[in-house]
Design a protein around this ligand. Structure first.
Ligand code: GAP
Length: 447
């Protein structure tokens, strides 16, 4: 077992190993011993991740006529991060153990760390007391240099959130698309944070993807809009991702938890095997960001409301989800040890499953592979299917149960006679006899 999964919950450990076995997620730089807090997505992982992000994109930019998309650069003018407050305030308090050199985020010990006496706290790793240092502030942004020479004035940052790319483009988008307040801009993209401690697999990593939507509203209507987006976002987890309702809840940020930009903030939390933790934040950022960008850029960023003949700086309601955390939520929610049948199943919703069906000839002769290939050709243009003729049929099914494939299509001798196949359902293992020309619609109905 590698260092990176030390301290992991047992179920998460099992998910980590399933992800490696089935080509979902690999630790970065594996052949070099790994690179901490970065993960690579394998053939099934990228399909699953794309399915999740496409659902989010559709929900935002297709279902909502007044939300449009954007793809801004990871590198931006460094002044943006001064204006946003990240240079001064994007810090995590860091605590070191003088004895064993373990390093912690101070907020792992208590939500409100100001009341703690660090002299009295035991180091969770070596168990000694009195060796933890007072918290030091540690900026989470990754610095880099732009241009061939590393000197002052060439410093830039890898963005720690995608939101700022939206704020600095908001007037261009509004003008080009003739958007009227309220309207939103959605973006999916990488973000980078030099996290002090990376734990729990893909939950907290140094490189991750965010799916953020910034909703520009008239000041005064922000509280109602906040309520509306809280409800919409919760519904997404239940209705689109099919997450178990009892494992999802809201948590409101108290005064000590609020980010420097927020007037009000709610987290959507999931009950992971390691406890309740945030998957998405919904924030009322007021006009903080636009006001700061006005100040630092010298540009007027107000919006002109033509019907009312007035100018104002919109307030912003932000919905900010981590794509990787959403994927971990989906995996944790789907992971099922079916003890009765001695198998592990990823009960992924067919809409999310990386592969929708496996097509198996029962034996490698008697024309069955050719018939199975015809079915592959028929289904391929519509959704992702896999051909498998290796090993016993039971083994083939179990491999796909672990990969979350919801359907198994088996071509047997009867198929040659009457053009029917068996359609196996992953969760119940029930097998129906279905006419070949009905398979596509039978599967698509479930998606
Ligand atoms: N623009 C607001 C913002 O970035 P945040 O609460 O810092 O707010 C939003 O982050 C979401 O991004 C989180 O709810 C989480 O899903 C994801 N996220 C943040 N840091 C992360 C990390 N180190 N690894 C994986 N996901 C992360």
């Amino acid at each position: 077992m590698s260092l990176f999964i030390l301290n992991m919950d047992k179920t998460i450990e099992k998910i980590v190993s399933l992800c490696k076995r089935r080509g979902i997620i690999f630790q970065s730089s594996d052949i070099y011993g790994g690179f901490s807090a970065v993960y690579d997505y394998g053939p099934l992982g990228i399909e699953l991740k794309n399915n999740i992000s496409q659902l989010w994109w559709k929900e935002m930019t297709q279902v909502h006529e007044n939300i449009v998309g954007l793809d801004s650069g990871i590198l931006m003018h460094p002044k943006i991060w001064e204006a946003s407050g990240h240079v001064d305030a994007f810090n995590d308090p860091l605590v070191d153990c003088k004895q064993c050199k373990a390093r912690y985020r101070a907020d792992e010990f208590a939500e409100d760390v100001s009341s703690l006496n660090w002299e009295e706290i035991q180091c969770p790793k070596c168990g000694t007391t009195g060796n933890l240092t007072e918290p030091r502030q540690f900026n989470l942004m990754f610095k880099t240099h732009v241009g061939p020479v590393e000197e002052t004035g060439t410093e830039a940052y890898l963005r720690p959130e995608t939101a700022q790319g939206i704020y600095v483009n908001y007037q261009l988008v509004q003008g080009a698309m003739r958007m009227k307040v309220p309207f939103g801009i959605a973006q999916i993209g990488k973000a980078f944070r030099n996290e002090i401690v990376a734990r729990n697999f893909i939950f907290r990593t140094r490189e991750f993807e965010q799916m953020e939507m910034q909703y520009f509203v008239k000041p005064g209507s922000d509280d109602d809009s906040m309520q509306e987006w809280k409800e919409k976002r919760l519904r997404f987890y239940q209705e689109q991702l099919g997450i178990n309702q009892s494992k999802i809840r809201f948590h409101e940020h108290g005064e000590n938890e609020l980010a420097h930009y927020a007037k009000e903030a709610w987290d959507i939390e999931y009950e992971f095997p390691f406890g309740w933790s945030e998957i998405e934040g919904i924030h009322n950022r007021t006009d903080f960001d636009l006001r700061r960008h006005e100040e630092f850029s010298g540009k007027n960023l107000s919006y002109f409301d033509q019907p009312n003949n007035e100018r104002f700086l919109p307030y912003i309601i932000e919905t900010s989800a981590g794509l990787n955390r959403m994927l971990l939520t989906v995996l944790a929610d789907a992971y099922w040890e079916d003890e009765e049948n001695n198998r592990v199943v990823l009960k992924l919703h067919p809409r999310l499953a990386p592969i929708k069906a496996v097509v198996c000839p029962l034996v490698k002769k008697d024309g069955l592979p050719e018939k199975a290939r015809q079915i592959m050709d028929m289904l391929k243009p519509h959704f992702k299917v896999l051909y498998d003729q290796q090993g016993s049929i039971g083994k083939r099914y179990y491999r796909q149960d672990e990969a979350g494939t919801p359907f198994g299509i088996t071509v047997d001798h009867q198929s040659i006679e009457d053009n029917t196949v068996t359609l196996r359902h992953r969760d119940t293992m029930v097998q129906d006899r279905v006419s070949i020309d009905q398979i596509q619609s039978a599967i698509q109905d479930k998606m």
